[in-house]
Design a binder for this molecule. Structure first.
Ligand code: ATP
Length: 304
């Protein structure tokens, strides 16, 4: 049984298709990054999975349950970190975790969970004085209560400092290794590509691409980027290269020329131009497209 499965899932708000004909499958023990620009339909999909919003049509299964028919069964088995989690400002972090543990009839020790997310020192402080990043960490601790079979994390990296970001990545890996599925949405590409087994890229309510990051890189026509090491870059050669058809950008620095092509076949032309300009190319280094570039290619760099 899949952790999440949707078939032809559609959600309309009036005449606006927030999600259209979405077929999605997330396996148990898988980290799935749900990506897309603002307004692409990520939160709406998550809200349907959690039965916060009713779908217009299509089928949805979360851990084998239809969230519309069995919302309690679904909520009992999943851990959720909402994009903007609400807290009781006068209650402490420990109070929040005690409550969450009781609600789930779990046996977790609040202190251990706070230790795990790095805010054990603040366990007995009222949450009203917590920073944005501390609130995010507390929200994550609450999501972890009861060793859920599925973690749904909506923008878990927003508001976190670099150590917070690596902590979230570490926890996501640990949860996956325990056998949980992790489904998280983000628009911060470079921070998710190292942690996801697969990603799905939403665009205008539809799944524009889905697969392992490596296969998306191979399948997507992303601009090719490469660096030429030259003995000496003649003045102005980068401007000449940038003017070539199929070249997007060219910059010269410290004996290297970095060239971004929209058409990879222009590479030979670039090398011969550099030769003609009197420089000797000593090395060519091809760079793998980043997930950010795949994302831009799939969404045309546009918002929904
Ligand atoms: N309650 C609502 N009523 C009307 N339109 C809505 C509602 N919720 C979402 N939408 C619209 O549905 C579309 C998808 O929005 P959604 O919030 O799912 O996008 P998102 O991918 O989560 O974006 P973001 O990254 O900005 O959170 C948008 O055009 C949005 O304006």
């Amino acid at each position: 049984m899949a952790a999440i499965e949707t078939r032809s899932l559609t959600k309309r708000f009036g005449s606006l298709h927030a999600v259209r004909d979405l077929d999605l499958r997330v396996e148990r023990g898988e980290v799935f990054g749900f990506l897309g620009p603002n307004g692409a339909g990520k939160s709406t999909t998550i809200n349907v999975l959690l039965d916060f919003v009713r779908r217009t049509s299509g089928d949805v299964s979360v851990l084998g349950y239809d969230p519309e028919e069995d919302p309690r069964a679904v909520r009992q088995r999943i851990g959720v970190l909402p994009e903007a989690a609400g807290f009781y400002d006068r209650d402490t972090a420990r109070d929040h975790l005690r409550f969450a543990t009781e609600m789930k009839r779990a046996t977790d020790d609040p202190g251990d969970l706070l230790e795990r997310v790095g805010i054990a020192d603040a366990a007995d402080r009222p949450v009203g004085g917590f920073s944005k990043g501390m609130r995010k960490r507390l929200g994550l601790a609450i999501a972890l209560v009861g060793d859920p079979d599925l973690l749904v994390l909506d923008e878990p990296l927003g508001g976190l400092d670099p150590s917070g970001v690596s902590l979230v990545r570490e926890i996501v890996r640990e949860e996956r290794d325990r056998g949980a599925a992790v489904f998280f949405s983000s628009h911060i590409m470079d921070q998710v590509e190292t942690v996801c087994d697969r990603v799905g890229i939403m665009h205008r309510g539809e799944l524009a691409a889905v697969g392992a990051v490596e296969s998306l890189r191979a399948d997507t026509e992303t601009p090719a980027e490469f660096t030429l090491a030259v003995e000496s870059a003649p003045d102005g050669v980068e401007r000449e290269l940038a003017a070539l058809d199929g070249v997007d950008d060219a910059t010269a620095r410290d004996g290297t020329l970095r060239v971004v092509c929209t058409d990879p076949s222009v590479k030979a032309d670039v090398v011969s131009r550099v030769d003609d300009a009197g420089a000797t190319v000593v090395d060519i280094d091809n760079e793998t497209p980043s997930l950010e570039q795949v994302f831009r290619a799939v969404t045309d760099g546009t918002n929904a």
